[in-house]
Ligand binder design. Structure first.
Ligand SMILES: [Cu+2]
Length: 460
């Protein structure tokens, strides 16, 4: 069955690949023609009459790439924002460009630069920490920049090659990688008074985001997302946190009711947990919740780098037996799988679903007619409109709070910090992609990546 399924799957993926490649090509064809490149002046010319050195720089979420090695002289950055949000570029201790909208360009004059290394970064808060920092090397040995970016500006575009790369990238799904995130965590001990004791260790550990790409992730118990903690309403919870990071940390229980002293915001509610130290969090799981736990201290760095995890108390009530917008939910509704789906877009992990980038994302396999429940958690820095092909998603809870009036959506926008719980019926057989609909969170010229997976439905 699995093999037959996989054959059908490959066929569908091929069709899908062609379609998606076509979209990508249209996108590229409409890109404005690159500006003509000024020839650079002779290296080290001291006459002051030399032409400026024009370096082409591309900004994306969250990287600075391009001509990062240039000869000495008057250096001008011609900066293009290829990302989806506003960026800028700044020279450490020097000038900052204007803010640049997606698809727009600007120039930044850096003045005369002598041989040495300089730091470029995006000055939008959080973007430098998320990865938008690069070293500009000025060297007398450097050739003048040619104006050709990594994407081949100024060169003939090889359309067939773009098609081939997209198809090849899609057909790699589902790819095996080391490690699986959000695995259920069992208590190490249950005390006489019923307290469930959990142990969490924060450390920098290797994590395979996509096949062959192993990053130094900031993890809880070595996985991204960190382990899923699930307790019952009324449970006493103790979480012992060991810090093996090179810097301080804390743990915030996002969406979970706790005493103020357990809120995990150093230095306001507790001292910072220093490297080598342990801190014990203790609270009663009073209310049902779809929560998450993550670092609060230097959250802009520790969270996107991997320090986030789901925390569920009790069950989300489901509208079994109700009719919503004309669709009847069976009274004997049975949920076959509950899927935590943690979104991220930054740090060393980057665009990912449950700590993996396509094609390493996990496919979800169901029998036709099965109902499944998804908890979306956005631990990234951007919004992600999550689109599941074919099957409408019944939104039953927002931030763990059950909705009086659940509603159907085929695309659900999940902002940073938000959680949505959706109920889905896998009503039709086939391979149905499930992805963020900000298209550069899922595709680049080299192919499909990031926030894409698939629901695979076997015929009943
Ligand atoms: Cu997205």
């Amino acid at each position: 069955m699995r093999e037959k399924l996989f054959d059908g799957f490959l066929l569908m993926l091929t069709v899908m690949g062609v379609l998606i490649a076509a979209i990508a090509v249209v996108g590229i064809a409409t890109r404005p023609a690159p500006a003509a490149t000024e020839p650079a002046g002779p290296p080290g010319d001291a006459s002051g009459t030399a032409e400026p050195v024009v370096a082409h720089i591309q900004l994306t979420e969250f990287a600075i790439e391009g001509d990062l090695t240039v000869p000495p002289g008057e250096v001008v950055l011609e900066v293009h924002n290829e990302g989806a949000v506003i960026h800028n570029v700044a020279l450490e201790g020097g000038p900052v460009s204007a803010d640049i909208g997606p698809g727009e360009s600007t120039n930044l004059e850096l003045g005369r630069l002598e041989p040495g290394t300089y730091t470029l970064f995006c000055a939008i808060p959080g973007h430098r920490e998320a990865g938008m920092v690069a070293t500009l090397t000025v060297s007398a040995d450097a050739a003048p920049p040619t104006g050709e970016s990594v994407h081949g500006h100024g060169e003939e575009v090889d359309w067939a090659e773009l098609d081939r790369m997209m198809e090849e990238s899609i057909l790699r799904f589902p790819a095996e990688t080391e490690g699986r995130g959000a695995q259920p965590l069992e208590p190490v001990e249950v005390l006489d008074d019923g307290t469930k004791v959990f142990e969490i260790t924060a450390a920098i550990t290797p994590w395979e985001v996509e096949p062959g790409k192993v990053v130094d992730a900031w993890t809880y118990n070595g996985m991204v997302p960190g382990p899923l903690i699930r307790v019952d309403v009324g449970d006493r919870v103790r979480v012992v946190v060991h810090n093996e990071l090179p810097m301080g940390t804390d743990v915030h229980w996002h969406g979970i009711d706790t005493p103020n002293s357990m809120d995990g915001v150093a230095p306001l509610t507790q001292p910072l947990i220093q490297p080598g130290e342990t801190f014990v969090y203790e609270f009663v799981a009073e209310e049902p919740a779809v929560g998450m736990y993550h670092a609060h201290h230097h959250g802009q760095m520790q969270v996107p780098n991997g320090m986030f995890a789901p925390f569920i108390i009790g069950e989300v009530p489901l509208p079994a037996g109700r009719t919503i917008s004309g669709i009847e939910i069976p009274a004997d509704l049975e949920v076959v799988e509950e899927i935590p789906m943690v979104l991220n877009d930054a740090g060393v992990i980057g665009f990912s679903l449950n700590g993996k980038s396509f094609p390493a994302t996990e496919p979800y396999v169901f029998r036709q007619g099965d109902w499944f429940l998804v908890h979306y958690y956005n631990e990234g820095l951007q919004i992600h409109p999550m689109h599941l092909h074919q099957f409408p998603q019944l939104v039953v809870a927002k931030d763990g709070i059950p909705l009086e009036v659940p509603y159907w959506a085929d695309t659900l926008n999940v902002a940073p910090g938000e959680r949505y719980t959706v109920l889905v019926q896998a009503s039709d057989p086939g391979v149905w992609v499930w992805h963020c609909h900000i298209l550069n969170h899922v595709e680049k010229e080299e192919g499909m990546f990031g926030m894409v997976t698939a629901v695979i439905v076997e015929e009943a």
